[in-house]
Design a binder for this molecule. Sequence first.
Ligand code: ATP
Ligand code: MG
Length: 360
Amino acid sequence: MANESVPISISGLAKTYGSFAALKDVSLAVGAGEFLSVLGPSGSGKTTMLMMLAGFVGADRGSIRFGGREVTSLAPHKRDIGMVFQNYALFPHMTVGENVGFSLRYRRISGETASGRIADALKMVHLSGFEGRSINQLSGGQRQRVALARAIVFNPAILLMDEPLSALDKKLREEMQIELRQLQQRLGITTIYVTHDQREALSMSDRIAVMNHGAIEQIGTPSEIYDNPKSLFIAQFMGESQCLRIRTVEGDALLGDRTLRTRGGPLKFGPSEHAFLVVRPEKLVVLKPGESPDEMNVLEGRIASSLFQGESIVLNTELDTGDTVTLRIASNQLARCSLPRPGDRVRLGLHSHDTIILPD
Ligand SMILES: Nc1ncnc2c1ncn2[C@@H]1O[C@H](COP(=O)(O)OP(=O)(O)OP(=O)(O)O)[C@@H](O)[C@H]1O
Ligand SMILES: [Mg+2]
């Protein structure tokens, strides 16, 4: 894809360490100003892919183009990318100002121009006046900001970030997520953002790529990935999901002896293939006695336990089929009806739109 309007275009990228394939034929295009998160289990190849984009790890095969320009074998500092590393990689013996200015020196920017840029970058990350501080006089959150300032100080076209917020506590991480996203949008900088945290990916991204065993297993908008997982791996990796084994008979999906209404047409499974119903806890509702809405699948069973969690209530239910499912209901929803108790019979509704059937 030699298209100049595509800031990042990767095709057939592969990397092997000894006999281990860390990255297998990855192809990907990222649009101008897009925020793409890369998510995946530990060891799935996220850092490897980012380091290859940045030029710190060479490719065995495939090509990388930035804005239509082939950069596959170009040195890192010639690629016009800013990078925030997984462990920040700040220089401990340098001041904040020297750390941020480091990438300018490579680009032969010095003197007042450099000091002006450094001050601007530090202002963007709310660290104005920190130039003279040494790195070990900073908190974790401040170090993270210095790493970000260093990555954007030379106005790169592309920003790569490898788990930049993973070392921060929950509250600071959530504040930084909002700040980072606002800064990214203000600068209009095309961004690839690696994270372990699926919530972070869901809330920050234009699109998410989920990696597994060195390959991209699914790529799409946060809601596509969450609501329309293409595989059991994606369904289980993104959010809580419970997988109930079902039978498939002539294109129908059966849980126990009931045919499930699904959102698609007939299922395309062979008779010996295993298939699963994927149920997210928040998609189940408690039906009133006698209630049987047309678009709902009804699952019957008995409450095993209920757990009050403040804003929500979690009900563990043993279905008549022998499966167990957990549902989560907003507390204010239950105010209307009474809280089911352990031992009570319940009928649960699952909308056909939310009825996801996936092969093993
Ligand atoms: N220099 C190397 N030599 C040998 N194997 C490597 C090297 N770098 C990475 N690997 C292996 O490649 C695989 C992918 O590593 P990578 O760092 O890309 O994973 P990751 O998805 O970033 O994981 P994490 O979420 O833990 O950071 C791992 O199995 C790792 O052990
Ligand atoms: Mg990594």
